[in-house]
Design a binder for this molecule. Sequence first.
Ligand code: SIN
Length: 280
Amino acid sequence: MVVQTTFAVQPIAGALGAEVTGLDLATLDDETFTAVHDAFLEHHVLVIRDQSLSVEDQLAFGRRFGELDTHPFVDGNPEHPELLDVVTEPDDRINFGGGWHTDVTFMEEPDLGSILYAVELPPIGGDTLFANQHAAYDALSPTMQHMIDDLVAIHSAAPQYAPGGLSTQSNAMATKNAGLALAKVEHPLVRTHPETGRKGLYVNGAFTIGIKGMRSNEAKMLLDFLIAHGTHERFTCRVNWQPGSLTMWDNRSVQHFALHDYAGHTRHMRRITVKGDRPR
Ligand code: SIN
């Protein structure tokens, strides 16, 4: 176990993710925040246990990382637009985040990270999986790395948020602005993390729709391989939620997947996101 300034950090899997205990996020001093930030960059996913956070506490913690964002296609909380109530109802067939993805890569400047706090958990199930995209890139052969290093991927919200898109089918979470979801944005297929300098795969099955300069069947073949490779179990960790858990993840280095294995039960989380920069 690695002991930080005033708290403990225990890795939860070989590739990424750590559980943090002994912290009260509502009363973080600057020195402890710096240690939390360092742990975030090192482990990519922090599962911070035993919190008792008001909405204001969660928003204030997020703002220490930067300006908060609002979701372009899902309504925020009426009192706090930066806060998204991520809800699955007992009879929902699909859940928000239910598939491997990186948050909002359809934006020119996708969010740096997301911070999710458990409000109501199902009696069993509802875990979230994460996959380390640096480890996935590092595990490719030098020849494959060389082949993909300078490729540009095309992302769009259309598969999820255009009329008939997957995420528009949730009962619990109303979507909006479907007409705007057809826009496309280009990002490097291999992204360099702006704070650590590490390279990682930057494609995902929810929003990456093509590769610049490739025919669609060529792009599909390469994307299918890279997305399957990037979410292989050896690059993953699994977060088991408990009352009082808050998990934050680095969207510049991970993909995630909210499992929907609790039909008949409600799951309610509060999500905020921190604005990021243009991927390079
Ligand atoms: C998300 O993709 O932001 C949702 C993650 C979760 O509910 O576990």
